[in-house]
Write a protein that binds this ligand. Structure first.
Ligand SMILES: [Zn+2]
Ligand SMILES: [Zn+2]
Length: 107
């Protein structure tokens, strides 16, 4: 039987302590692997840019669904950013409609 171990405040990737006061607490996220349950520290959540190979900071990564690339905003092409913005607007509109925040266009 597969037993997962609860490692509490430790990062499931680097095994550093992410508890309050450790400096890794703020942006940690709950995380589980096949063997351990704990948290993922902010540094282990970072991805490498697929175009320049530098690390991308939290919340600064852009995922390009068409090419399956994760890149910096400045590494994305203008065309791709425009498309992303369009998708985001569509999504926002759909969710606003879902929550009844906008009237459906009757025309
Ligand atoms: Zn970590
Ligand atoms: Zn980059």
């Amino acid at each position: 039987m597969n037993q997962t171990k609860d490692i509490g405040n430790l990062c499931t990737d680097c095994h550093r302590d992410t508890s309050f006061g450790s400096g890794l607490f703020v942006n940690r996220i709950p995380s589980g692997t096949e063997t351990e349950v704990g948290y993922l520290c902010p540094e282990c959540q970072q991805h490498e840019c697929d175009r320049c190979n530098e690390l991308i900071g939290c919340d600064e990564d852009i995922y390009l669904e068409e090419t399956f690339e994760r890149v910096h905003e400045e590494c994305a092409r203008e065309k791709e950013l425009v498309e992303l913005r369009r998708l985001k607007e569509e999504e926002d509109y759909e969710s606003a409609k879902f929550w009844g925040e906008v009237e459906e266009d009757q025309s």
